[in-house]
Design a protein around this ligand. Structure first.
Ligand SMILES: Cc1cc2nc3c(=O)[nH]c(=O)nc-3n(C[C@H](O)[C@H](O)[C@H](O)COP(=O)(O)OP(=O)(O)OC[C@H]3O[C@@H](n4cnc5c(N)ncnc54)[C@H](O)[C@@H]3O)c2cc1C
Length: 256
């Protein structure tokens, strides 16, 4: 993380001068405010890299064109993703959230919520895929019987349903812990991993069940199939979740 902020005091007041850039920021062009994690103490002056980071609240309406530039980054999914470039942006010291240098903890808490939200979205997507696949399988007649009468069509949908039910329980557990203010990092991660894979498998079953019409835009199957894929990469990739569980839960050596 290279975006840095330097605290400046001069007759006009106390403020941070922020310089850096960040690729992949969803919806920045449609947002008024942004929480920005910045390095306020250089890495060679801290014992852990997670120290020396601070959170600043940026008013995008004021910052745009005044040291902050937002460029759209077209992607295969409709996510309104952008790149942000920051060059000596002036941020009043009052806009710092919490204590200087302790920002990583605050952001982590928000990341747990984001992972639970992404997982919940995937539960909804899984339900939609399974409902849509089941309906089509019962209605589409090939060789004088519904395709859903074939186990080759039924089983992937039924298996996806079992994955949905299991992932849903994990999402509910993570949500309950978060709502109670309890530690939930591992649970939020597992919920996101299971729900993103459940949605992908449900999407695969739904697309295959629809045959050629799975590719027709009017059915929305191909669009939803593309959209759920992103959750195996963002907001955190499956690999990084597994690396975290291997290291912190199972106490294996750190891999990176
Ligand atoms: C549509 C979209 C919207 C996004 N919106 C936001 C946003 O609003 N805010 C935000 O902060 N970010 C956002 N992101 C960024 C997203 O969080 C990252 O893309 C994601 O965390 C993966 O990081 P990366 O792209 O840098 O992949 P990289 O770190 O370059 O990794 C590439 C691949 O290598 C694997 N990999 C990397 N290191 C290891 C390792 N040590 N062990 C095993 N595998 C490894 C990864 O898992 C991945 O599969 C968005 C991304 C997308 C696609």
């Amino acid at each position: 993380m290279n975006t840095r902020a330097e605290l400046v005091s001069d007759p006009t007041g106390d403020y941070y001068l922020v310089t850096g850039q960040k690729v992949f920021i969803s919806r920045a062009l449609h947002s008024d405010l942004m929480m920005l994690l910045v390095r306020t103490t250089p890495t060679d002056q801290v014992t852990k890299k997670t120290e020396g980071l601070s959170v600043l609240l940026i008013d995008l309406r004021e910052a745009h064109g005044m040291g902050l530039e937002i460029r759209p980054l077209p992607t295969m999914v409709n996510h309104h993703t952008t790149e942000i470039f920051i060059d000596r942006l002036r941020v009043p010291v009052q806009n710092r959230i919490g204590v200087e240098g302790k920002g990583f903890r605050y952001i982590l808490d928000g990341m747990n919520a984001e992972r639970i939200i992404a997982a919940s979205e995937m539960i909804g997507a899984s339900r939609w895929f399974i409902k849509t696949a089941t309906k089509y399988a019962c209605e589409r007649i090939v060789f004088e019987r519904p395709i859903g009468q074939n186990q080759g069509v039924q089983f992937p949908i039924a298996r996806a349903y079992t994955e949905l039910v299991a992932a849903d329980m994990m999402v509910r557990k993570a949500t309950a812990l978060f709502a109670a203010g309890a530690p939930c990092g591992e649970d939020a991660n597992i919920a996101k991993l299971l729900a993103s894979e459940a949605a992908w498998h449900a999407g695969e079953a739904c697309l295959q069940t629809h045959g050629g019409f799975g590719f027709a835009t009017e059915y929305d199957v191909e669009r939803t199939w593309r959209e759920v894929r992103v959750t195996q990469v963002a907001p955190i990739s499956t690999h990084l979740i597994l690396a975290n569980i291997a290291e912190h839960t199972l106490r294996m050596p750190r891999s990176f």
